[in-house]
Design a protein around this ligand. Sequence first.
Ligand code: GLA
Length: 404
Amino acid sequence: MPRWMETRDDATLANAASTLFRSYFSEDPEGVWAAPGRVNVIGDHVDYAGGISIPFALKANTAIALRRSGQPTYRVVSLAPGQHEASRVEIPINEVGPGSPDNWAGYVVGAIWAAIEAGVIPCAEGLDMAIVSDVPVGSGLSSSAALECSAALGSLELATGRSASEAERTALVDACIRAENEVVGASTGGLDQRASLFGQEGKALVIDFQEGSTTLVPFDLSGHGLALLIADTNAPHALNDGQYASRRGVIDDVTAAMGAQTLREVDNAVVRAASWANAEGRDAEVTCKRVKHVVEETDRTAEAAKALERDDLNTFAKLMRDSHESLRDQYEVVTPELESVFQTVGSRGSRMTGGGFGGSVITIVAEDEVAALAERIAQAAEAQGFPEPSFMVATPGAGARRLV
Ligand code: GLA
């Protein structure tokens, strides 16, 4: 039997966060907030280059119960999916900043720190926090953004006593990116935080990072008798281990050498990157492959957005496969575990999702074939001695919000 990921509804998740809060802090929380993980349907490794991505918010959320403590510290207790004993971190407010804390709590208190620095959260105050989550860690489904966005939105709304405006949410996206870049040391690009804070039930987001625009589009596969199956290979990845930064570094270097703000602004980017790499004594072949992926993936995602608009899922599926192949052959972020899933699903619309180097593969499959396909994927993994995958059928859920 394939292993399915657990996704609790809002009331159950809020209750779990409140219960954890009470058991550690012996008081009731003042409120509970949630932020979802995301799946990126197409457009990977382009957000930091001014490209286009089409993610949606998952129905798997991270919930945070909060209470102002009146102390000069943050006390955080957290239960990640599958964890039986909670992890605890206590840190004085004035010790939070670049590189500190250098553990998972950096996502949580780092996001609050960056939002205070940006003036979005009016002032620093001590907080007790209890976190529970259904977003699997290291699966390419943005468990880190779910941590950041729930903590940042919760602290903001607790401090102001009202719902965050759209402008405040936009500012929180930037604060969460800063936390990830400076506190945690992962040079990620902003796709995840935008999806988590701006997702909507039933909708995917077409995010144009050059324009800074987000357009919500209907994403209803079940209207076609189809489903989006996520297969988490359980071959974990980390985005602060240097691999992600090495890919981004090439794109940032080429962009800077061309005197541009983003790679998207550069005409003939592949040819010009090759001349630059040769002149600089860099590996021209690798440079061209990386740049080619980013340029083509952005064009492909623009085409995918148009295909979605005219409900043309055949074209959309083909673009997904092209995207996976480019991430594998040009960007080289696909592991054998990811490739095994991609090969097992045959000619269906399928691709790795997120940063790669491990994580998940998504596949568009007929609703009545989901169970059989999950079984086949699990068997293929077992036959190759890979970890047992876990599965989720994903439909677009709500963005970050107050639960209680
Ligand atoms: C990770 C990063 C994002 C994005 C994706 C790849 O999820 O956090 O910013 O770069 O990888 O598209």
